[in-house]
Design a binder for this molecule. Structure first.
Ligand SMILES: [Ca+2]
Ligand SMILES: [Ca+2]
Length: 88
């Protein structure tokens, strides 16, 4: 998947029972939910309880603007965009 698709809570609907649950997963699209995951642990360093390694996209041990930039670079992309990128 594109860098920036962070594991977050997504709604999974069961059409048979018409019920839903929230599961923690990557949804294969870079959107506002991925930005939100970074916002929740913004400025955290690797020794902090708040630190989420999934949000440290450049793996430098701190969640900051550099990680946000990686998300913004791929913002709006989904797995369906792979083929169009490859043919450019
Ligand atoms: Ca996502
Ligand atoms: Ca980082």
């Amino acid at each position: 998947m594109w860098a920036g698709d962070i594991e977050c809570y997504i709604k999974r609907v069961d059409p048979l029972s018409n019920s839903y649950e929230y599961i923690r997963a990557q949804d294969n699209i870079i959107d506002i939910r991925d930005v939100y995951e970074i916002a929740k642990c913004f400025n955290a360093v690797i020794s902090d309880d708040l630190f989420n390694s999934a949000c440290d996209l450049n793996e430098d041990g701190v969640i900051n603007m550099l990680d946000v930039l990686i998300v913004s670079k791929n913002f709006g992309k989904s797995s369906a965009d792979y083929s169009s990128e490859l043919t450019r």
